[in-house]
Design a protein around this ligand. Structure first.
Ligand code: PA5
Length: 449
């Protein structure tokens, strides 16, 4: 039970000694994470979560998931950023590709939808339309309890549920995940008596998938959250090791930093399984928000292959040479299909007779890595034996640890997100929120130009 890490396709861009030169600094970074001595040290609760997560809260989550299961056809998760992407990444990665539209005899858990992750009225209206006639429960997730997007969606859904079930009926279908003390959502939950789950103070949004933020929706989808925690626990034992030859999360952090310093300023996370799409979205937030600050950082991007080989493939092979790729390889696909022999062979595919689609997919992966490498794109491969709850937890911890090390190596605080505030300030000012009067005038003038 371990992740594979193959960096041989970067060695035409970097020297082995460059890796060892950085080991010391990576060790210092790891030490800052483990001993909580670096920048952002108040937000390092995620480091120990696999070991000391709140066991009562986990039982609480399972009980709530059972109830939701018993009285709901659909479950709506309202949240944005770190209060959204982890749950979606897990549910998409670990559930049937057509989960929501599976017939009742093939799925025992509720349909799951996400809301409050945009300000699109069309999306929300159409979701409400879809939910007509279904029994619905909702989970509103917001650590600050004041984020506009989920707050708007929650207001709309509260009205929807109260109209449908009455105030008391609605109350038993609303689950709140937020801070234990502060924020508008906490106040609302206390006043209305909504069932609440706590986000630990020292775990920031994008590091919160292994708290109730991610675990309640994931449990509702019928996924084994104990296995997720076990995977993260096993990973936490490995990735606290101080020597780079024993700790691939440290090595990954070091190699991407070397590549960055050589002008490879874009990292593309690559998958060959569509169900990993949202895992990449989670990863992009983790790395983008953690590292992109003080006018530096690797820009995290993602592609789904082979789909995007027919769109972004051209650019990666042949465009600006500031890219490297990190490929997530799944050793064994969940399902497989064998290509049969066709007498007429009109499609010319008989050379694939007897081969499985997973084998073909792997050949595409290998061929693409070599081609991109020849084109000047270093490639890293991170492999897991199979897609499972255990390996989801494992991967999450691997990437979180590497992200912390990488941020410290690059001299930033990986645990704040000051840049997220700028758009909010402008939006509030333009909407006429109290306290933003002066700002509003300035912005309105700029818009009139
Ligand atoms: O990672 C982060 O801190 C952010 O992306 C937050 O998760 C996001 O802004 C949502 O915040 P909140 O949970 O306070 O609503």
């Amino acid at each position: 039970s371990n992740l594979g890490f193959d960096y041989s396709n970067t060695l035409n861009f970097i020297n082995l000694h460059e890796i060892s030169y950085l080991e010391k600094y990576a060790q210092m970074s790891l030490d800052c994470l483990l001993n909580k001595t670096g920048q952002g040290k108040d937000f390092l609760g995620w480091v120990d979560l696999p070991r000391n997560y709140d066991k009562n809260e986990l039982t609480h989550i399972k009980k709530a998931a059972d109830k939701i299961n018993s009285d709901s056809d659909a479950f709506v998760v309202i949240g944005i950023g770190g209060s959204y992407l982890g749950a979606r990444a897990a549910i998409e990665m670990l559930s049937h590709s057509f989960y929501n539209i599976l017939p009742k005899n093939k799925r025992t858990t509720p349909e799951i939808y996400f809301a409050g992750n945009s300000i699109s009225s069309t999306y929300l209206k159409e979701l409400l339309e879809l939910l007509e006639g279904k029994d619905v429960s909702i989970n509103v997730v917001s650590k600050s309890g004041t984020t506009t997007e989920p707050a708007i969606a929650f207001r709309v859904f509260r009205e929807f549920l109260e109209k449908k079930y009455g105030k008391d009926g609605a109350r038993s279908r609303i689950y709140v995940t937020t801070d234990k003390r502060k924020g508008a959502l906490k106040k609302l939950a206390d006043e209305e008596g909504y069932e609440s789950f706590i986000i630990p103070d020292d775990v920031g949004g994008r590091y919160s998938v292994l708290t109730p933020v991610g675990l309640l929706p994931i449990a509702v989808a019928g996924i084994n959250i104990d296995e997720i925690m076990k995977g993260s626990y096993d990973a936490s034992l490995l990735y606290k090791k101080n020597r780079m030859d024993e700790n691939i999360s440290m090595k990954y952090a070091v190699i991407r930093n070397i590549l960055y310093r050589k002008g490879k300023t874009i990292e593309i996370l690559v998958n060959y399984e569509p169900r990993l799409h949202y895992f990449s979205e989670w990863w992009k937030q983790l790395y983008g928000e953690s590292e992109g600050k003080d006018h530096k950082g690797i820009f995290p991007a993602s592609v789904d292959f082979t789909t995007d080989l027919h769109s972004m493939g051209q650019f990666i092979q042949d465009g600006s040479r500031n890219i490297f790729e990190t490929v997530i390889k799944i050793e064994k696909s969940i399902e497989d299909i064998t290509i049969y022999k066709d007498k007429t062979n009109l499609d010319g595919l008989n050379f694939l007779e007897g081969k499985t689609m997973d084998f073909i997919n792997k050949r595409a992966l290998q061929g693409t890595i070599l081609a991109h490498n020849d084109g000047g794109v270093p490639n890293l491969i991170i492999s897991i034996p199979e897609i499972s709850a255990y390996y989801f937890g494992y991967l999450v911890y691997f990437f979180e640890m590497a992200c912390g090390i990488s941020g410290y190596l690059n001299g930033v605080n990986p645990f704040d997100q000051p840049g997220v505030e700028a758009y909010k300030k402008n939006m509030f000012a333009l909407l006429g929120k109290a306290g933003y009067e002066e700002e509003k005038q300035i912005l309105e003038k700029r818009l009139q130009k």
